[in-house]
Design a protein around this ligand. Structure first.
Ligand SMILES: [Zn+2]
Length: 400
């Protein structure tokens, strides 16, 4: 394979083949003649662009198609086995990294944990290690990788490739793209993690047909990816979707932002634990104390206890559903989306949450906005983060 040209994203974009590539993705397998008809380019231009794409091995020729007499045309389709994208979901304690093909399928996945209280270099080094790890054993290793997409929590300047503010690591203006592009010699695109998840759901998940939807991620924190009028909405300076800091309760529970009663402080995983412990301290009993110390209680453990029938655990989770419903009704009343997709660890307790969520949204939103509204889990579930991050690159390749 000496003639293999490394199909870097920039190279693909440089030749004017994006529209042809798009037609092949949407209609393949397809002949050169049909491509030419579909986009109104003359056959010679299509043919020469197709040659470039074949050379880059982003597409391949397969068998032959139907023919109305005469020579059967050769068909073209995406060469999914030859081109990979790395999707990095940078969590607060761990990084999940996926090797993803151009059609959004996961080829390999790896999870690495940071050290305790990591500094910037520690976090970046663990992410780099995870990238080397995930491509190990896949043919030419990094040679088939056409780009790296990364979802990072906090405020991200996607144009400059900078993490403006990542509260969990106390990052301010860290030049992520530069660091990764020089290490891996490939294109890198970063965005806010929840926004990337929303993009993944648009391309490969439940929101394919939806022009207006919101993905709500409820885990260690709470954030939203907003997709409006057919594109991601980032806000004036990348700060849209900070739904974790709208007030949803009068409870005096302090948020990390300094205010009280924020969505994040009340309904995130740690928020659930805080309210549960508050319940215990007010004298309520729970079977969880037969199993562990107060300090070992996590939201997952509360969910486990609820499944065993523990009353306090069930009550706290139902209440969580109500709070999430209050937050969602605000989104619904402001944006009138078609779908609210719920992702993140907390959504796994759907058995106790979803009825309460839906009842509350129904009570608190105006009727018109509830028409046709869908509320449910994401399609990509725990892989939303890595597939979404890879979609940052995939979208860029197929966008004119
Ligand atoms: Zn807050």
């Amino acid at each position: 394979m000496k003639d293999f040209h490394r199909a870097d994203k920039k190279l693909i974009k440089k030749i004017n083949t994006v529209s042809i590539l798009k037609v092949i993705r949407e209609n393949g397998p397809i002949s050169r003649a049909d491509i030419s008809k579909k986009i109104g380019l003359n056959p010679a231009t299509v043919s020469s662009n197709v040659s470039d794409l074949l050379n880059l091995r982003i597409i391949k020729e397969i068998g032959s198609g139907e023919s109305s007499g005469g020579r059967k045309p050769i068909l073209l389709e995406l060469n999914s086995n030859e081109l990979y994208i790395i999707g990095v979901d940078m969590g607060i304690k761990k990084v999940t990294t996926g090797l993803i093909d151009i059609e959004g399928n996961i080829i390999n996945k790896t999870i690495l944990y940071y050290t305790e209280n990591p500094d910037t270099d520690d976090v970046i080094n663990v992410i780099k290690e995870s990238i080397y790890e995930v491509v190990k054993g896949y043919d030419n290793d990094l040679d088939k990788v056409i780009g790296i997409g990364m979802g990072i929590h906090g405020v991200v300047d996607t144009e400059e490739g900078i993490s403006i503010y990542a509260p969990a690591f106390n990052w301010h203006n860290i030049d992520i793209v530069k660091s990764f592009e020089s290490e891996f010699n490939t294109s890198v695109i970063i965005d806010n993690d929840v926004r990337a998840m929303a993009l993944g759901e648009k391309w490969f998940g439940k929101a394919k047909e939806s022009k207006n939807f919101v993905l709500l991620n409820i885990g260690t924190g709470v954030g939203a990816g907003i997709y409006l009028n057919g594109s991601l909405y980032r806000g004036n300076n990348f700060g849209a979707g900070e739904i974790g800091h709208i007030r949803i309760s009068d409870q005096r529970i302090k948020c990390k932002c300094g205010h009280y009663g924020c969505f994040d402080a009340i309904a995130s995983g740690p928020g659930i634990v805080t309210r549960f412990i508050k319940g215990l301290k007010s004298g309520k009993s729970s079977s969880i104390l037969n199993r562990m110390d107060i300090k070992d209680i996590t939201s997952e453990k509360i969910y486990g206890e609820a499944l065993k029938g523990d009353e306090l655990s069930i009550q706290i989770l139902r209440e969580t559903g109500k709070y999430i419903g209050i937050g969602i009704s605000m989104i619904v009343n402001i944006l009138n989306p078609k779908m609210i997709l719920i992702a993140g660890g907390v959504s796994r307790a759907e058995k106790f949450l979803f009825d309460e969520i839906k009842n509350t949204v129904f009570k608190k939103s105006i009727n018109n906005n509830l028409k046709l509204l869908y509320i449910g889990e994401t399609y990509l579930k725990e892989n939303s983060g890595i597939v979404g991050a890879a979609t940052l690159i995939i979208k860029d390749i197929f966008s004119i």
